[in-house]
Write a protein that binds this ligand. Structure first.
Ligand code: ATP
Length: 443
């Protein structure tokens, strides 16, 4: 019997207990809006990033990867409009002074009603939101004055726009082509919440796809399909994904059209990814501010123009959360609850666990060489502590697709038991056939 009830408590507790994600600065009481990825979290994150990079950058001849600096000239953010408009509306409780996102209290934008503070229960009257700029400010160099101001980037996108000319000059790509980047972004969120869903430091995987102005709609549709395919391939269920056509009045300052891809998280239907048509807003603004020409020379048509941009953006931390929520299952197995992460095999942090039945030297003498052989092709873990039942439970909870048990029979038949995470079926496989057997399973 399967129980599909996934709660944030279960996900957070598993993530912490098994070493995926910890609270940032935990021994000092935590730092709001920050989370640290532990050994298995790093591995899961890396697998997602590698898959994304391979699919959207390496496997495509029209894509160019970059890794731009997090600190950028403050002029970038003035030109991009973030200094003036990268704000969220904020209100403060009259009594406890805790601050809230006004648009979370009033999704339809109305301010003429009272609201109850979720922190202290005080009933506040009508409110006039203040605009709060979400960029983290810092200063560069030894002297702090207005000329030393810098911002931690609130999106990775601008790192690509400012390198547009560099990539064109180095590679002479023909339109349409794109740039891709994976990296950290920082936003001083008023109310970070829901685990890694809304944090102050997070990672984005973004693409800026440059197109002929007249062809943006066609490319928008192509990327829309690509994004759905990606979500399917990382195991998200179709029925949990919902497209939201962002209304004109809610569009970001740079966008003419945006679709949010929402996901059914345990705390509600919320934005997972976005697809925006950014027009020529960014390149035109940077051309103006920098006075460097960012026009593209169309050799075929003998014209010059600023390309338009379609931007698919993928939050990495939200991806991890969606993947964890989708993979988590509880089942009743012989009267006990088995918690299992049914991660797509490609994403599993550990692919194979080697579990000798006992710590006795005669078994490790056989099990160690199996580990050494398999580690050439797979991420393998070696675990000989506690009972075999507890070890299976641990591997199920971290999503390891295959467990290999080395027992005393192995000494005679030179074979091991391979247990499948999802079916719990066990097969006896000859040690010498293991690498081939597993390679086939991971295809
Ligand atoms: P929201 O409306 O939830 O604040 P947004 O529309 O401001 O998100 P974008 O500016 O489109 O988000 O950012 C692109 C992607 O980056 C989002 O789709 C999301 O996956 C991710 N993202 C944005 N803000 C955060 C955050 N504070 N914490 C974690 N991921 C985030």
């Amino acid at each position: 019997m399967e129980n599909q009830k996934v709660t944030m408590d279960k996900i957070e507790s598993l993530a912490k207990r098994r070493g995926f994600i910890y609270r940032g600065s935990e021994i000092y009481g935590g730092l709001a809006g920050t989370w640290d990825y532990g050994p298995l979290g790093v591995a899961l994150k890396k697998n997602i990033k590698d898959l994304w990079w391979k699919r959207f950058v390496e496997d495509r001849s029209d894509m160019y990867g970059v890794d731009a600096a997090i600190l950028m000239s403050s002029k970038v953010w003035e030109a991009a409009g973030h200094v003036a408009t990268f704000t969220d509306p904020m209100v403060e409780c009259e009594k406890c002074k805790k601050r809230f996102r006004a648009d979370h209290l009033s999704p339809d934008g109305k301010t003429d009603f009272s609201w109850v503070c979720s922190e202290c229960g005080h009933s506040n009257g009508l409110f006039e939101p203040r605009q709060f700029n979400m960029m983290f400010k810092t200063s560069i160099g030894a002297v702090e004055d207005s000329s030393s101001i810098a911002y931690l980037r609130p999106e990775t996108a601008q790192g690509m726009f400012v390198n547009f000319k560099n990539v064109v000059d180095s590679f002479h790509p023909r339109l349409p082509f794109g740039m891709g980047q994976i990296g950290k972004a920082f936003r001083n969120e008023i109310t970070p919440r829901d685990f890694v869903f809304r944090t102050r430091e997070f990672e984005q995987m973004e693409i800026e796809y440059f197109v002929k102005p007249s062809e943006w709609e066609e490319h928008f549709e192509l990327w829309r399909k690509e994004m759905h395919q990606w979500m399917e391939d990382i195991g998200l269920r179709k029925e949990n994904i919902h497209e939201l056509e962002v209304a004109d009045e809610d569009l970001a300052h740079y966008s003419k059209r945006t679709i949010d891809f929402e996901f059914d998280f345990p705390f509600g239907k919320k934005e997972l990814y976005g697809l925006a048509y950014r027009t020529d807003f960014d390149l035109t603004s940077h051309q103006k501010e920098s006075t460097v020409s960012l026009e593209y020379i169309d050799e075929a048509e003998k014209t010059k123009y600023i390309p338009h941009v379609v931007e698919p953006t993928f939050g990495l931390d939200r991806t991890i959360l969606a993947v964890l929520c989708t993979s988590y299952h509880e089942e009743d197995v012989e009267g006990e609850t088995r918690a299992v992460l049914r991660l797509p095999k490609q994403l599993a942090p550990i692919k194979v666990a080697i579990l000798p039945l006992s710590k006795k030297e005669e078994l490790s003498a056989v099990a160690r060489p199996i580990f050494d052989t398999l580690k050439k092709d797979f991420v393998v873990s070696y675990d000989e502590t506690q009972s075999i039942g507890k070890r299976y439970r641990r591997q199920d909870e971290i999503g390891t697709p295959y467990c290999i048990t080395v027992d005393f029979e192995t000494l005679n038949d030179k074979a091991v038991t391979v247990r499948d995470r999802d079916t719990m079926k066990q097969e006896r496989i000859a040690i010498e056939k293991l690498p081939e057997y597993l390679k086939e399973k991971f295809q």
